[in-house]
Design a protein around this ligand. Sequence first.
Ligand code: UDP
Ligand code: MG
Length: 315
Amino acid sequence: MKKLQIIVPVFNEQEVVDIFYEKMKQILSTCGVQWTILFVDDGSSDGTVSHIEFLRHKDSRVGFISLSRNFGKEYALTAGLDHADADAVVVIDVDLQDPPELIPQMLQEWQKGYDVIYATRRKREGETYLKKATASWFYTVINKMSKISIPKDTGDYRLMDIKAVRAINKLRESNRFMKGIFAWVGYKQKAIYFDRKERFAGETKFNMRKLFSFAMDGITSFSYVPLKFATWIGTAVALFSFLYGIKVILKALIFGGDPQGYPTMMVVILFLGGIQLMALGIIGEYLGRLFEENKQRPLYLIDKYHPPKAADKED
Ligand code: UDP
Ligand code: MG
């Protein structure tokens, strides 16, 4: 029998882990695979870990990794994928926004020979208009700016063959924009569609500020276009200034000194100052990330690791 491992990052999710497990067990038991669940606790400070420990006590197919602190979902996911032990892996959120009901369908596509089967949302319930609009704008921008194409409205929820997982594990950049990384590795990919529900319980862990920095990470780690922007605008402004400079000099030579022009000067100084600061800022964004990468710190630190044991039945 093929082995399937479910990898679930969790951060302060004590309200949902038990429900998630029950639901998962119910669906996986119909799939005809040998399954295990690997929770990655991302430094939770509530009762999440004890809930998981209790589950593991009941069912040896449950295992967990506990990180030393909260590293963020991408890092928790990375920890899970690094420890993947199966023929295929499903990455899923614990809050049941990603319907586990899709797993049988994903397995079917996998058996047909696809290596990565990702779930694309048809509609997003329970999200603000602003979040939907910014998300859609983000996908448009990043796909225009980078060479890889990131599927729209697709989260991390997906089934991956172990060879795709191994490929992903080779990418050790500390700026972990998972959507980009998943797309970058390639392999035979296939989308399946679903309607995303509201969170089952608990609160979303992502606010506007986090989402913005997420978008910046995505763009800067997969595209140099913003850096080129600075070059283009700089070149255009320099060319224009050169021509305008000639005009000013000729005018002064022919018609004599011209003390007027204070507004023009202010506009030019402010405009150029603004552009320069913006270009510096863009360089700074890249430089900062280069600095982060250059430190080559470990991506996460593990406090405890209790791997699941593949068993056919509960013990
Ligand atoms: N998560 C995590 N670390 C974090 C934030 C979130 O491991 O720092 C997990 C969380 O427990 C959940 C998943 O990542 O399983 C998605 O989080 P959430 O539902 O808050 O995100 P959203 O659905 O709003 O994008
Ligand atoms: Mg969620």
